[in-house]
Design a protein around this ligand. Structure first.
Ligand SMILES: Cc1cc2nc3c(=O)[nH]c(=O)nc-3n(C[C@H](O)[C@H](O)[C@H](O)COP(=O)(O)O)c2cc1C
Length: 206
């Protein structure tokens, strides 16, 4: 297959969406947990979480255009200033996928999709008990992306929760031993296998 820009634009909508969503490779599989000001909890799957820097520790994710349909995750983040990012274990992908359905605001995807709320004292957003790698996040800012109406939502890491056994001496977290899932497109899930580790690359002096 060899497609030009106009051929891509001419593809059937769903085919184009699936294809363009898959080309960047395996994306992280995360559930973002939030609560409204009235303590109604919400959980939704996001594949666009990206690390923006480690000092300070910052993460971003892309939110679809706000306004067309209610975006409960984003509304709750603006209302409370906090959220959680929970890596999805392979044995929970079916329920995690279902959190993407447009549930009514009064329905909590935690209960509806088989996840358990877990709290840290003094932190208003719910964590996912079943997740082996979780972040407690404080909202920082939103960067609009005018070309398609999406936005980059930036947050600072307040808490990092992971089993000690999965963290190497040098700080690396082994995603394979945590049995985490990866995502391709919007509905294909993968397992993760570690296949290499190399020292910091430097240009060799002659
Ligand atoms: C695999 C997968 C990945 C997704 N990633 C994103 C994403 O990165 N950004 C986004 O805005 N929506 C994403 N969605 C869609 C949201 O999960 C969906 O809009 C959900 O209803 C949002 O819930 P909320 O309204 O409770 O926030 C994804 C859906 C699936 C199935």
């Amino acid at each position: 297959m060899h497609l030009t820009k106009s051929e891509i634009e001419g593809l059937d909508k769903v085919k184009r969406l699936n294809m363009i969503n898959s080309v960047t490779g395996i994306k992280p599989a995360n559930l973002i947990g939030t609560a409204s000001a009235l303590l109604q909890t919400n959980l939704a799957i996001f594949s666009s979480v990206v690390h923006l820097g480690s000092n300070p520790a910052l993460m971003g994710f892309i939110i679809r255009p706000v306004g067309e349909v209610p975006r409960h995750t984003y509304e709750n983040i603006l209302a409370t200033g906090v959220y959680t990012i929970n890596a999805i274990p392979q044995n929970m992908i079916e329920g995690a996928h279902r959190t993407s359905a447009k549930y009514d605001r009064s329905v909590s995807e935690f209960e509806e999709c088989g996840f358990t709320e877990e709290y840290l004292e003094g932190f208003a957003a719910p964590f996912v008990q079943e997740s082996p790698l979780k972040l407690g996040m404080k909202y920082v800012e939103t960067i609009p992306i005018p070309i398609n109406g999406t936005s980059l939502v930036i947050g600072a890491v307040e808490y990092l929760i992971v089993a000690d056994e999965a963290v190497a001496e040098n700080g690396y977290i082994n995603l394979e031993t945590l049995h985490l899932a990866g995502i391709s497109g919007l509905n294909n899930y993968y397992s993760l296998e570690k296949i290499g580790e190399f020292p910091y690359a430097r240009v060799k002096s002659k």
